[in-house]
Each structure stands twice: as structure tokens, then as C-alpha cells.
Write a protein of this length. Structure first.
Ligand code: G4P
Length: 194
């Protein structure tokens, strides 16, 4: 997605060979116009899949997921990372290990928001090692629902998340794929279009 790649080039900051800071439009301040365009892109990519619900994870997955839900005309459920006062019983959970933060956490969605008739599109802001997306897939499957695709805003293709998700046999679409952050510079993957 060219608009997203330009934004990353203009406003992204390479913090290390592994971490890209995009706080001005995705992870802290949010650019609504760009998020709408991201939602439109996900909608056109997954239009034919019969999506009934979108599942994401707080906090930075919510903006792109809501815009995709708006365009696809389906509700959006976000997994919580912290306990909630109102979300107490009948929780579906998954344990997620963050290689970046070296922490294990439990993510949860209330079983009442997913049914076995659901055909779910999973959306997240970043794909690094794929653990968050795999946790979301596990929760959807615990509900007896199907995952028809995974939509990622920014994929760091030099980490192993993409491989992990491809191994699940689920369609993965990333709107910007980063091949390297070496030399303080963002290099996108050269994609061969057929
Ligand atoms: P994984 O799910 O792909 O295995 O990712 P990992 O545990 O490594 O990432 C932990 C957190 O760091 C996630 O957000 C993820 O989106 C984010 N992250 C990973 N790599 C980058 C990066 O290069 N740049 C930025 N900006 N974020 C990255 P989180 O802590 O859950 O944050 P939030 O969703 O609450 O904002």
C-alpha cells in the first residue's frame, strides 16, 4: 500500500535494527484518514471471504480493525491484555509470549462475542514474531469459529512471524512489508506482482 509506505518513510523513526517507531500515526497519535485508507485496503483484500467479524488486540490494533469493520460492515472485537471489571466470566484465553518484551501475558475475549458460525478476519498493527496473532487465532478456534484471514498493517519480514503464520495455512495480507531496518533506514520488501 503506497500511501502507508510513504507515511512510514516520512514519519517513521528507526530505533534499532529491530524496532520501528510509528507513534505519529499508528501507535500513539492516530491518523484517521490513513486508518480509513488502511480499512478500505483490508476490505478490498478480504471482500470475497465472507467475513462476519473482525478480531484484534488492544490497543494499537483497534484503529485499523475498526476502519476495516466499518468498510466490511461487520463488528470488531478486541482481545484484552489486562483484567477488566466488567469482563469476568466465560472468557476464552491464550498465553502470548513477547520476544520483544520478554514477557508472557494472557489475552482474553468473552466467549459471548464469538460463535461457531463466525468467519473471522484477524487484524493487528505489527507482525514481529507472530505470537499475538497466533494467540488470537487460538481464541477464535476455541470458540469453534473459523479464521479466514490475517491482516497486518506493518510486517517486519526479517523476523519470523510471517513464517509462523504461513505455517498455519491461513491467508496473510500485510500492507507494508519491511525487509530491513539496517543502517537506520527502512527498506521495503520488493514484491513480485503476478
Ligand atoms: P508478536 O506479537 O509479533 O510476537 O510481537 P512482539 O511480542 O514482539 O511485540 C510486542 C509489542 O510490540 C506489540 O505491541 C507489537 O505490536 C509491538 N511491536 C513489535 N515490533 C515493533 C516495532 O518494530 N515497532 C513498533 N512500533 N511496535 C512493535 P503492544 O506492546 O501490544 O502495543 P500496543 O498494541 O498496546 O500499542
Amino acid at each position: 500500500m503506497e500511501q502507508l509506505k510513504r507515511k512510514i518513510e516520512e514519519e517513521g523513526t528507526v530505533l534499532s535494527e529491530e524496532v520501528l517507531k510509528v507513534d505519529s500515526f499508528l501507535n500513539h497519535q492516530i491518523d484517521p484518514e490513513l486508518m480509513l485508507a488502511v480499512g478500505e485496503e483490508f476490505s478490498s483484500l478480504f471482500q470475497g471471504e465472507g467475513v462476519t467479524k473482525i478480531v484484534t488486540i488492544e490497543s494499537s490494533g483497534i484503529a485499523p480493525a475498526v476502519m476495516a469493520g466499518l468498510k466490511l460492515g461487520v463488528p470488531v472485537v478486541f482481545a484484552r491484555k489486562r483484567q477488566s471489571l466488567t469482563l469476568t466470566d466465560n472468557l476464552l484465553t491464550a498465553s502470548v509470549y513477547s520476544f520483544t518484551k520478554k514477557t508472557e501475558s494472557t489475552i482474553a475475549i468473552s466467549a459471548g462475542h464469538l460463535s461457531e458460525d463466525d468467519n473471522v478476519l484477524v487484524i493487528d498493527d505489527f507482525l514481529a514474531n507472530g505470537q499475538a496473532a497466533k494467540g488470537l487465532v487460538s481464541i477464535v478456534e476455541q470458540a469453534g469459529a473459523k479464521v479466514c484471514g490475517i491482516g497486518i498493517v506493518i510486517e517486519k519480514s526479517f523476523q519470523h512471524g510471517r513464517k509462523e503464520l504461513d505455517e498455519l495455512g491461513i491467508r496473510v495480507e500485510s500492507l507494508a512489508r519491511i525487509a530491513s531496518l539496517k543502517g537506520g533506514k527502512v527498506t521495503f520488501l520488493q514484491e513480485v506482482r503476478s
